[in-house]
Design a protein around this ligand. Structure first.
Ligand code: FE2
Length: 367
């Protein structure tokens, strides 16, 4: 299957992630100021787009769009009313968007957009799309014949306000939360429709605390450039963070986007100085860290001060940290990750992370 799909649905990687938000202008400012993204492109009334405003930000290979509707009677308004701020689209860069659409829809995907050619003076882009879990969309973007700032309809956005980047380089993975009993359904979707393989698996015995649990599987494209862990809640004494997410997001959706850095100590120091809030990690986590993960190159004291988590697998180790939700609903958050050989996702940290998230849930009265 994967040999065949390697040829039939090659994904070059994640082209962009689009967030629908209540106030895109202010969200863009936040992501520039706090995360060090750079202004790239803009679409809105000034560029001939009458119904929305979209701000495109970039840092190395990470491209985010923040979009707000301009009218009440608009599907984006419905999306925001239902979900709050959240991820609408994970777009892939592909060789051939028409072929990607044909392949996926013929294997059972629901079409979101038939292959559509968009043109401007910078060339031609073909975009198509399919639905995935919840109200989330995948777009296939063929930008082989385009050299504009982003996509047709967007104009270059140059700003006099350009905060320094924070060292973010690429989207490492995007995690989906789905409802009870839905994890396997969506893993099969990525296997059958997208030709993904399963990377590793957890079960609820792996990831549970005294109170709550989840189940998670990781699906990956054949070339490993796109990795999508899928979580579903599992039974525990109290409400899991996945249930809390689904309650406040009103259904399945993207839980977190993990962004890779080459120097997590510097990146996290900068993010913290700029006001990004991270989950608290108990001091006890570090007391036996080296016993658990072995020697690491980083200075333990600095790791502990920043609250960075460490995990090891057979290929190496990884350093990771999770932000608090980036909007008032306890839904979407970010992970910052540095891989030092490890190709897994911090399984050994799930428990420590869970206990930290539960402390936050408790404070919100949602445990
Ligand atoms: Fe993650």
């Amino acid at each position: 299957m994967s040999e065949q799909t390697k040829e039939t649905l090659p994904l070059r990687g994640i082209d962009h992630v689009e967030f629908y938000v209540g106030n895109a202008k202010q969200a863009a400012h936040f992501y520039k100021t706090a995360f060090g993204f750079q202004s790239l492109a803009y679409a809105g009334p000034e560029t001939g787009v009458r119904d929305r405003a979209s701000y495109v930000l970039q840092q190395k290979k990470v491209t985010f769009i923040f979009t707000s509707p301009l009218h009440e009677d608009h599907p984006i308004s419905d999306h925001i009313k239902k979900h709050g701020d959240g991820v609408r689209t994970i777009a892939f860069e592909v060789e051939d968007a028409a072929h990607s659409w044909q392949e996926t829809t013929s294997r059972g995907a629901t079409s979101f957009q038939e292959p559509t050619t968009q043109k401007d003076e910078n060339g031609t882009v073909v975009v198509s799309g399919i639905h995935t879990y919840g109200d989330t969309i995948h777009l296939f973007v063929d930008r082989n014949h385009y050299d504009g700032p982003f996509l047709p309809g967007y104009e270059a956005w140059s700003s006099h306000y350009n905060p320094e980047p924070t060292g973010l380089i690429y989207v490492d993975h995007c995690v989906g939360n789905v409802g009870w009993g839905q994890m396997n359904t969506w893993c099969e979707f990525y296997r059958n429709v997208m030709g993904f393989d399963q990377l590793i698996s957890f079960d609820d015995k792996d990831i549970s605390t005294e109170f709550t649990a989840l189940m998670s599987k990781v699906m990956t494209s054949s070339n490993q450039k796109v990795k999508f862990p899928i979580n579903e809640p599992a039974k525990g004494k109290k409400k899991s963070q996945i249930e809390e997410y689904i309650e406040f997001y009103n259904g399945a959706g993207v839980q977190h986007v993990a962004i890779g850095t080459g120097d997590i100590l510097t990146t996290v120091t900068q993010l913290r100085d700029r006001g990004v809030e991270f989950l608290y990690v108990p001091g006890t986590y570090y007391d036996d860290l080296i016993d658990r993960v072995g020697e690491i190159e980083e200075e333990l004291q600095q790791i502990r001060e920043l609250g960075i988590l460490v995990d090891r697998d057979e290929d190496g180790y990884l350093l990771q940290i999770f932000t608090k939700p980036v909007q008032d609903r306890p839904t979407v958050f970010f992970e910052i990750i540095q891989r030092k050989g490890a190709r897994s996702f911090g399984k050994g940290n799930f428990k420590a992370l869970f206990e930290s998230i539960e402390r936050e849930q408790e404070r919100r009265g949602n445990l």
